[in-house]
Design a protein. Sequence first.
Length: 189
Amino acid sequence: MGNNILLIFGAVALFISSMLGLVYIPQMLADKEVNQVEYVAPNIENGHKIYVREGCVYCHTQQVRPKGFGADFERGWGEASLPEDYKGLTPHVLGTMRTGPDLANIGKRQPSRDWHYTHLYAPESVSPGSIMPPFPWLFEVVDEDEATSRKPINLPGEYAKEGKKVIPTEEAEHLVDYLLSLDQEREKE
């Protein structure tokens, strides 16, 4: 009987210490600022969903490593990523491979909306030698004389379509809004 009480007491003590060590103590030590949910504009949230759907995360990371842990800083990809850089959108798309450049700060490095549209439609037109696939389904190709309220993209000579204009769809606009929102620039302390 004495061994059973000792066994039960040991199991309860193990459970309580596990809960303290794995749940309550880390929760008390966690930075409360990081745990707050941040408002994300609907167009950026939709763009994030399109980014995930189109599989951009398979070739691009969104996590700049600190100085001394790779060549990210030398490549001009920005400051090292911090946990608060990933508030507001799920799933977090940190990525695991870098077939293409890191996009954590692409909104700061490449702030041109037109550049992003052109890059999505014909990547090699703005990045010679790029192996990124084009995303033509994010655009409409219409006759040049067709009236539209949306602005067509300016494609370089060989990528332009004779008598046609290429217009970003709403999905392309949202994806570009999301890419332009990727800016981890922080104020210097």
